[in-house]
Write a protein that binds this ligand. Structure first.
Ligand code: ADP
Ligand code: MG
Length: 734
């Protein structure tokens, strides 16, 4: 008998089948090992008809159905007679018609024989609506038979990720062959580890995952691969944490009186959370290894005060602190508000400044050269204890006398690499505090930011006004849009300001996927009516000459020159603009207290977390906020459900779960943020919360006993693999 190993090419299990190329090119699978790790996305039970919700038109669908009618029709094509076998199937959902065309009478009746009334099978095809009923175009079928020739098909059927012209059963067959022939499949989990963590060996797990008798078996197999993936990941992260600790840092233990003087003048009491996190930061800053902490909290939860207090602590210890902001507007805003909070404490060395004071410098790209040079010299001399800046802070010419703490605001705009560029400017590694307003569920924080400890500010400071959010559905009530603009006028009449956010800049061209609305014409053919998405420039033109005539409107989007963007944002902040029509460029941290209302057009185009972030721009000044989610999405669609979720709660953590559940997690695990190139394969951070937690404990345990994993060469190799790919990614990008 031939024996093959995981390294053997897939050709060794395909024989003469032309499908090999599809697997290689379409799925990127080249070895038997890769083929065996092409796991089913789900399973279908051959005994039950598929639950089909409302399919989308044009989708490649695989369903288990039962034949309810089967007829052969003839028709003339040119001078030739053609046969069409029409089969109807029922599912646990809509019925579908399938047409099999052939020029041969014999083949037509063989189709009919293969699919007699009442028989069941797996049917695959592209969904389409014709004459008001669902069709599967270019259909393919695999009948189950009743325990006939192929017994194994009467169990759970794995459904694999596929590619064009490759069908589920092609993979089922070839994977079965591979499982029969393969030997020497290495197991990164040694017998001792498998026993300790109660998971299956790799061969058993592969057999169960690809050919289970029931869901329990499939689950047991999956569990082993999920644990394996989680363990390797957590080992990498734990090693990173250990390496981080091994780097010394200067302990910043205070000494000066700046922080105390600041606390003295703070016009409000810290919330309990702010106080607690403040103590944690103080303790960590006093340690001789770098603090590396993620501070999460909703917009307005008071993260900046927490960060500022940590910065002051470092200045009190004779060091400097830098705050990195993602945009010029935000850097300026931080600079203004921090200078204001510090008052005369920010005028160190100046006449009238407090004795304990320091200087707060600003450094952004658009500053005049003279001002920039002055800031640079204050940083290198140490005269400025605090600097607030943009990417300009990362430039080579920036040097510090003694950089002790780096605070990164809104983590999402900065990757690991940028963080490193700044921390590299310190003599010894500085302490790092990352702030983000995007709530991140615990497991995500652990997986993605595994080398960061996390703190969460959960309560909002007193006096924050609630935001009322309503969905404005335009499908059945298109006239409601007028009411939206009327509402905007009312707000402006009260002296308030309004944001209008659109998904696009201009409407000159339709973008792909922008064909939302389906129309069924008289022939029953589905046509797509192109409906352009709301676009900033067009909308501005339309509104300023129409519904919002007479109001002071302005536009803002990413394609405008930087100075124009700045000017517009400043004018809006100064109350010189009533309605700002923009793309999501206003997303991050902008703080205009007088803005009370936000209208989001085609709101279904935005992600749940993004919507939540956006609406956080209103209601910041103690005035109640209103957010209108305008959408053409129909009730009951996932798009509409997302909007309803956003309208129903202001709990960002709850919403980020909704978001995650709907998104592929690859997005969440963007290499940019985590430094991981590959996204997760079998793990889902929410579903597998327990597994990830268990793996984290296991990783700590194993490393404590055996820091080099010398007793676990398989695991060590898997860990080294990821570390190497992270390293090369890092090198590639620099
Ligand atoms: P974040 O950065 O988390 O969005 P900020 O730190 O900018 O939030 O705080 C938002 C506003 O709340 C600021 O005006 C700040 O001065 C104020 N603030 C912060 N902490 C408190 C508190 N404990 N009590 C009252 N107001 C606070
Ligand atoms: Mg902020």
């Amino acid at each position: 008998m031939v024996s093959i190993t995981p390294e053997s090419p897939v050709a060794s299990v395909f024989g003469r089948s032309p499908k090999r190329k599809l697997v290689e090119e379409g799925l990127g699978i080249h070895t038997v090992g890769e083929l065996l790790r092409h796991f089913p996305r789900r399973y279908v039970q051959t005994k039950e008809l598929s639950e089909v919700g409302t399919p989308e038109v044009g989708q490649l669908l695989s369903v288990v159905g039962e034949v309810t009618s089967s007829t052969v029709k003839t028709f003339q094509r040119g001078r030739k007679l053609q046969y069409r076998t029409e089969v109807r199937i029922r599912t646990n959902g809509p019925s579908f018609s399938l047409s099999f065309f052939t020029p041969h009478a014999g083949q037509a009746s063989s189709y009919a024989e293969q699919m007699p009334l009442g028989s069941r099978g797996l049917f695959t095809g592209k969904t389409k609506i014709f004459n008001g009923s669902w069709q599967l175009e270019q259909p393919h079928h695999l009948m189950f038979g009743d325990g006939g020739e192929d017994q194994s098909l009467s169990k759970l059927l794995p459904v694999y990720p596929l590619t064009n012209r490759l069908y589920v059963w092609d993979l089922i067959k070839v994977i079965r062959v591979a499982l029969d022939l393969v030997t020497d499949v290495p197991d990164v989990l040694t017998p001792a580890l498998r026993e300790r963590y109660d998971v299956l060996d790799v061969m058993t797990a592969l057999r169960l995952v690809h050919g289970p008798d029931d869901y329990a078996q499939a689950g047991a197999g999956q569990r082993r691969f999920r644990f394996e993936e989680a363990l390797v990941l957590q080992l990498v992260l734990a090693r990173r944490r250990a390496a981080q600790r091994a780097l010394g840092a200067q302990a910043r233990t205070g000494g000066g009186g700046l922080l105390a003087a600041f606390d003295e003048r703070l016009p409000f009491d810290l919330t309990a959370g702010q106080g607690e996190i403040g103590e944690v930061l103080e303790t960590e800053l006093a340690q001789a290894h770098p603090m590396n902490r993620l501070l999460q909290g909703e917009v307005g939860s008071g993260k900046t005060v927490v960060a500022l207090r940590a910065m002051l602590r470092v200045v009190d210890s004779g060091g400097q602190a830098a705050l990195l902001a993602p945009t010029e507007v935000l850097a300026q805003q931080h600079h203004r508000s921090i200078s204001a909070m510090l008052g005369d404490l920010a005028q160190g060395g100046m006449l009238g400044g407090a004795a304990d004071g320091t200087t707060v410098a600003l450094l952004t790209g658009s500053m005049p050269k003279a001002a920039k040079d002055e800031a640079l010299s204050m940083l290198s001399s140490g005269d400025a204890g605090i600097v607030i800046g943009t990417h300009a802070l990362l430039e080579e010419s920036v040097t510090f006398a003694d950089l002790g703490l780096v605070v990164v605001d809104e983590q999402h705009r900065f990757g690991v690499k940028q963080r490193a560029a700044l921390t590299g400017k310190a003599g010894t590694p500085p302490h790092v505090l990352v702030m983000t307003a995007t709530p991140i569920p615990r497991t995500v924080a652990m997986t993605v930011f595994g080398d960061l400890e996390t703190s969460v500010l959960t309560e909002l400071p007193a006096g924050r006004a609630p935001i009322q959010t309503n969905v404005v559905p335009l499908v059945d009530q298109p006239q409601w849009i007028s009411r939206v603009w009327e509402r905007v006028r009312e707000e402006v009449a009260k002296g308030h300001q309004v944001y209008v956010v659109c998904p696009r800049i201009s409407g000159d061209t339709l973008e792909e996927g922008e064909s939302d609305q389906l129309d069924v014409d008289e022939d029953g053919e589905v046509t797509t009516k192109k409906v352009p998405l709301a676009a900033v420039e067009d909308l501005h033109e339309e509104l300023s000459g129409g519904e919002l005539q007479g109001l002071r409107t302005a536009v803002l989007h990413g394609r405008l020159p930087a100075d124009q963007k700045e000017r517009t944002m400043r004018a809006f902040a100064a109350g010189q603009v009533d309605v700002l029509i923009s793309t999501t460029v206003i997303e991050v941290g902008v703080d205009v207290h007088n803005a009370t209302t936000m209208v989001l057009l085609d709101a279904d185009r935005f992600g749940v977390s993004q919507l939540h972030q956006l609406r956080g721009r209103v209601g910041r000044g103690g005035l109640p906020g209103l957010c209108l989610l305008v959408s053409r999405a129909e009730a009951g669609t996932p798009a509409r459900e997302r909007l309803d979720a956003v309208a129903s709660t202001t709990d960002g953590f709850e919403l980020s779960r909704v978001d995650l559940e709907q998104r592929r997690e690859g997005d969440v695990l963007g290499a940019n943020q985590s430094g991981f190139r590959s996204s997760l394969v079998t793990l889902r951070v929410l579903r597998d919360e327990k597994t990830i937690l268990r793996a984290r404990e296991a990783a700590d345990e194993l490393l404590r006993e055996d820091a080099d994993l010398s007793a676990y060469p398989g695991l060590a190799a898997a860990v080294a693999d990821i570390e190497a790919s992270q390293h090369s990614e890092y090198v590639d990008k620099s």
